[in-house]
Design a protein around this ligand. Sequence first.
Ligand SMILES: Nc1ncnc2c1ncn2[C@@H]1O[C@H](COP(=O)(O)OP(=O)(O)OP(=O)(O)O)[C@@H](O)[C@H]1O
Ligand SMILES: [Mg+2]
Length: 252
Amino acid sequence: MMRDTIVGRIPNMTSGRGARSRRKGDAKNIIEIRNLVKDYPLGSTTVHALRRMDLDIQEGDFLSIVGPSGSGKTTLLNVIGCIDHATDGSVKVGGTEITTLDDRQITDMRLHRIGFIFQTFNLIPVLDVRENVEFPLLLMKTMSKTEVRTRAEKLIDEVGLTEFVDHRPAELSGGQRQRVAIARALVTNPDIVLADEPTANLDSVTGAQILDLMRTMNKIEKTTFIFSTHDANVLKYARDIIKIKDGQIVKG
Ligand SMILES: Nc1ncnc2c1ncn2[C@@H]1O[C@H](COP(=O)(O)OP(=O)(O)OP(=O)(O)O)[C@@H](O)[C@H]1O
Ligand SMILES: [Mg+2]
């Protein structure tokens, strides 16, 4: 079967030199997907959510996945993020084959190497901004309290929320909550950040600001971002776009 490649490259982005030169030079694939199949049993039938998909994603990319409702965007992100199991095929994240990991290895992968940003923010309501961002670092148990605080405050500063560190999520706007989620996703220095429709619950201006911030963080932290969207307004922030339909990548 022919390998699909990323289509719809957008020229003239204000992309960081680092990311571009990495692409030109020793551009490395952070994700390699081969023959990926995901079936869901549904009553007496089977839903073929991903149909033998092949995809390479380069380190440092800022990639948008677009496609109609039901095309498989969430399924693809969930398989890459070890939230859902592949039915068949191979998925390598940073060289690690994830389809054969055991539960402990999956937990490890999700804690150390993958950051998530959710449509509904998913912050912990009883924790303030600082505590929400510190939370994954405390789970990792690899840093002292002081190191955790310093790292969290660095990320909070980068997303522009220093004056809100003591606020709880309910005291923040939707856009500010998504900024906290971005800081939380990046605080562990993951290889990739996955975001399923991160702007769906935001107005279009705020959504564009959030994508702009994600793009900035992609440059600062050199983290690969993959996000799905329905919103044509935010597509211009993508560095690359893949289109999917009926569980397959379509060209053009
Ligand atoms: N748990 C499940 N059980 C059965 N079918 C499922 C399940 N999850 C997803 N599907 C089906 O798999 C296909 C792909 O769904 P998916 O959620 O990945 O699409 P999507 O592109 O994210 O859609 P949307 O834009 O609406 O979020 C759809 O046909 C969907 O109905
Ligand atoms: Mg979806």
